[in-house]
Design a protein around this ligand. Sequence first.
Ligand code: NAP
Length: 293
Amino acid sequence: MPATVIDGTDVANQILRDAADRAAVFAQTEHRKPCLATVLVGDDPASHTYVRMKTNRCRASGLEPVSHQLPATASTDEVLQLVRSISEDAAVDGILVQHPMPTQVDERQVFEAIGPDKDVDGVTMASFAAMALGEPGFVSCTPGGIMRLLDAYDVELPGRHAVVIGRSPILGKPVGMLLLSRDATVTYCHSKTRDLPTIVAEADVLIAAVGQPELIKGDWIKPGAIVIDAGYNPGNVGDVEYIAAAARASLITPVPGGVGPTTIAVLLAQTVDAAERRALTPAAFSAQSRRQA
Ligand code: NAP
C-alpha cells in the first residue's frame, strides 16, 4: 500500500492559527503585538526571500515584524553591535538572524549575542543545551516542526529506531536530540558514514537532512517506515527519491509542502511564547509604559 502523505501545510496552519489566537490575546492585554526582529546581512537572494516570507507571515498572524539589514561587507563587530542592541531593546520579543551570513562574519559569535529569552530560532548554545537536557527553552525551528509533524500523525517513538542523516547544528543534531528525548533509539549518519543503505534499511523513522537531491534511494527504505525529508534542493527536490520511497513507506513528507511550512510556523509560535514569558518581566513592562507615555 502506498504511503500516507504528511500534509505539512495543514499542520503548519494549525500551529499558525494557535499562534495568531495567542498573539491576539497578548495584544489585547499588553497593548502591543508580539514583535519579531529579523537581521539580514548581505545580498543572498534566497535569504531575502526567506526573511520576506517570515515578515509577511508575521503580519498575517498578528505579530509585528521589524527588519534590520546590513551590507554584504559588514564585519562581525558590526553585526554583533546590531544584534546586541536588538537584544537589549525591550520592545522586541524574538530575534531571527538569517543564515548563512557572508563568510567574513563569525556566525557563532553573532548567534551567541542573541539574548537567551529572545532566541526564538533556537540557535544559541544555551537553547541547544536546554533542549539536549530536556529543560524548557526554544528549539531549533525545523527540528521543532519535524516533531510537530510526527505528533500530528500520532507516530509512536519510544523504542523505535530513528536514523538521522545529517548532523548540522540547526537541523540534524537537534532533531536527533529531540527524538532521543522522546525515547527513540537514534543513529546519526553523516558524510563519513560507511554503508548508508544498510543503516537506512534499519530505520523505523528516517530523517533526511543532507541537502543532496535524491541521495537516499527508495529501495533502501524499510517497508512501513516513516520518512521525513527535510532536504530542499533546486527544482523542489528533496533528499529522498520520493516516488520509490512512497511505495515502501507508511508515512512520507512531500517536498515541497512537508517539513518546510512548519519551520516558519514554529518560529512564530516561539515568538509568541517569548512575548508571553517576557510580559511577566519588568523589562517588557517598562517597554510598554514607554510606548504608552
Ligand atoms: P548542512 O549544514 O550542509 O549539513 C548537511 C549534513 O549532511 C552534514 O552533516 C553532512 O555531513 C551530511 N552529509 C553530506 N553529504 C552526505 C552524504 N553523502 N551522506 C550522508 N550525510 C551527508 O545542511 P543543513 O543546513 O542541515 O540542511 C540540510 C538540508 O535541509 C538542505 O537541503 C536544506 O536546504 C534543508 N533545510 C530545510 C529547512 C526547512 O525549513 N525545510 C531548514 C533548514 C535546512 P558532515 O557533517 O560530515 O559534513
